[in-house]
Ligand binder design. Structure first.
Ligand SMILES: Cc1cc2nc3c(=O)[nH]c(=O)nc-3n(C[C@H](O)[C@H](O)[C@H](O)COP(=O)(O)O)c2cc1C
Length: 258
């Protein structure tokens, strides 16, 4: 299998008490274990080597600088009063910015994340009037920005017991996602065009200004306008050189004070 048939999947989570985190970590491993060559061949597809990275939604924005791949799977709960749980308030703000851009009819808002395929499983408790508000907002925002969802948004309710317990719903949702996810990954690997690689970079380029807006302390990578790891900028360096030369000429008496 050639390297071009490797696809990366971000498995991201926001989690207050560990339920979404556990689901994400498990699924991140399960995908890699399940998607061997024979899984794709049995579906009549050319095999894909699948790599996953599991981390918090905010870490994806902040430390990985929104470096999208074509596929993302999200497990996230609601906390407080329909708010984002730990590790995801920035992603919630990011989602709200995407929605505001789309609702305001901003040019290109509907295609900011075109080329991204995502799946989302929401965790919540139907005892709250704000049931699943956070995952629903994220789901709406990604769709409004042009991303394509595979499968339905999972609705894993902590209030249910038995057949529809939260754990059972998550397990069913993951199982039902496998075939569409494999098909989507195979299609992504089939499209190894330059245009497709550009699309991924474009998603990052569109997202970074939004992250800068929601987090004024965020420093983007140099190629997106950030500072270069502590080095002196070239213009300051030149000014320092000129000042040093003038001072040397002055001290050696080659020039005199007026
Ligand atoms: C203080 C508190 C507030 C919560 N607020 C909401 C809420 O607004 N909406 C909702 O659907 N679920 C709410 N839940 C339920 C959690 O989302 C649910 O327990 C979920 O399984 C937590 O998953 P996590 O561990 O990944 O955060 C709340 C739970 C607690 C304890």
């Amino acid at each position: 299998m050639s390297d071009t048939r490797t696809e990366h999947v971000w498995v991201l989570y926001g989690s207050q008490t560990g339920n979404s985190e556990q689901a994400a970590e498990d699924f991140s491993k399960e995908i890699v274990e399940t998607f061997d060559s024979s899984y794709f061949e049995d579906l009549g597809l050319e095999p894909v080597r699948v790599e996953t990275t599991c981390l918090q939604l905010d870490d994806f924005l902040e430390y990985r600088h929104a470096a999208f791949s074509k596929t993302m799977v999200i497990f996230v709960s609601s906390y407080g009063v329909g708010q984002a749980p730990l590790g995801s308030p920035k992603f919630r703000s990011f989602a709200e910015e995407l929605l505001a851009l789309a609702d305001g009819g901003a040019e290109g808002a509907g295609s900011l994340l075109k080329g991204l395929t995502y799946a989302i499983c929401g965790l919540g408790d139907s005892g709250y009037t704000t049931y699943l508000v956070n995952p629903t907002t994220i789901n709406k925002a990604l769709a409004a920005a042009g991303a394509t969802r595979i499968g339905e948004m999972g609705k894993a309710d902590a209030k249910q017991i038995g057949e529809d317990s939260q754990a059972n719903v998550i397990a069913r949702w993951k199982k039902e996602l496998l075939v569409p996810l494999a098909r989507s990954l195979a299609a992504a690997a089939d499209d190894a065009s330059e245009e497709s690689a550009d699309t991924v970079k474009q998603m990052q380029a569109c997202s970074i200004p939004i992250v800068m807006k929601i987090d004024p302390d965020y420093t983007p990578p140099k190629e997106f306008g950030g500072r270069s790891g502590g080095a002196i900028p070239m213009n300051l360096f030149l000014v320092a050189v000129i000042v040093a030369v003038i001072a040397a000429l002055f001290v050696t008496g080659k020039i005199e004070a007026p």
